[in-house]
Design a protein around this ligand. Structure first.
Ligand code: SAM
Length: 346
């Protein structure tokens, strides 16, 4: 009884304080604490040096650094602070798995929205107008791509998550029978570059809005493979490139069932029999009790819907695609493969 109570109390305080931990991480990242510690000669600094470098008060810096130590983001020996293994891997701006872009997006975009969660729940609508002073009918064109600075930040956020998750998605299925893929809403191309690395016989066309495609050079890897190409267009209005596989990574959750049907029916028309759709999303448990990442994201109250694998399968089935494989990757994104039925099966 007593142990249960202590465990329950621990869980409750963790939940209550969760927002403080997020904001401490966002602030340290925003103030470049991790990059700055790394760039110092010895990789370790005292509070006064850090405060001077980040142009902040000594008192505030000390409290931030101590909080970061408690969260496992920094280490402290005597008076010296250094980056922890976790921050070296994920928080330095040039780390291979840097989450800096995603952290910045959460701090600038998601945090303000979540401060209006009560209204969002009462009204069942997104709170862009309250948080940013303007409505957002189309999340991408009205919000993310309205200003260059915001667009680049959003693209960096997508890029950081794609870099961390794309290998598991690319490896999820044997795609050796296919030669062409089209990554719809493929953004910076991070997923596409991983697919061609994993599948030597595959070429991938990244299809995204013109505003995004014009920035793709910013994200071109040093060893960019020329089997990845970029095409600008609107996947609701324009003709889709022909391909054997259509990749939809983190696309369908942004849209209502009605819009998903429009998109899938366009794919179905462009796709030859035997071709397929590869959907990559966080798949909700079938009883919608988890995972928290998907259910918490749904609280941003966009027109999108978080769905389970069978809910995605149902939408795909109505456009002539049969789900043949579902893979829970245990990384950020799961994946499923849905094959277009031949004429005889329709
Ligand atoms: N697939 C990428 C990934 O997993 O990292 C990006 C996912 S992001 C949530 C959604 C992408 O869809 C953005 O790159 C956005 O520009 C693109 N998008 C939104 N509406 C679109 C449209 N109408 N036509 C083409 N692309 C669109």
């Amino acid at each position: 009884e007593k142990d249960d109570c202590i465990e329950g109390m621990r869980k409750m305080t963790e939940l209550i304080d969760g927002f403080k931990a997020s904001k401490a991480l966002f602030t340290a990242s925003e103030l470049h604490v991790f990059d700055m510690l790394r760039s110092s000669k010895t990789g370790e600094l005292q509070v006064e040096d850090v405060a001077r470098e980040i142009k902040a008060s000594v008192k505030g810096t000390e409290r931030l650094l101590e909080a970061c130590v408690s969260l496992g983001l920094l280490q402290r020996k005597g008076k010296e602070y250094t980056n922890s293994e976790l921050s070296r891997r994920f928080l330095l701006s040039d780390a291979s798995y840097s989450l800096q872009g995603y952290i910045q997006h959460c701090n600038e975009m998601v945090w303000p929205l979540f401060s209006y969660l009560e209204s969002a729940v009462k009204e069942g609508t997104n709170q862009h107008e309250k948080a940013f002073g303007k409505t957002s009918d189309n999340l991408f064109q009205d919000t993310y791509y309205s200003r260059n600075e915001v667009k680049l930040r959003f693209m960096k956020a997508m890029h950081s998550i794609a870099i961390v998750s794309s290998r598991d998605v690319a490896m999820a299925f044997d795609l050796s029978q296919y030669t062409t893929a089209c990554d719809l809403g493929g953004c910076t191309g991070a997923m596409a570059y991983e697919f061609v690395k994993v599948h030597p016989g595959l070429s991938v066309t990244v299809f995204d809005l013109p505003e995004v495609i014009e920035m793709s050079d910013h994200f071109r890897p040093h060893d960019a493979d020329n089997r990845v190409s970029f095409v600008a267009g609107d996947f609701f209005k324009d003709e889709l490139p022909k391909a054997d596989i259509y990749i939809l990574a983190r696309i369908l959750h942004d849209w209502s069932d009605e819009k998903v049907h429009i998109l899938l029916s366009k794919i179905s028309k462009a796709c030859s029999s035997g071709g397929c759709v590869l959907v990559s999303e966080i798949f909700l448990d079938e009883d919608r009790t988890g995972p928290g990442r998907g259910l918490l994201q749904a609280l941003s109250m966009t027109e999108g819907i978080q769905r389970s694998a069978s809910e995605y399968s149902f939408l795909l089935k109505s456009q002539g695609f049969t789900t043949t494989h579902v893979k829970h990757t245990h990384n950020i994104l799961d994946a499923m493969l849905c094959v277009k039925e031949g004429l005889g099966n329709q």
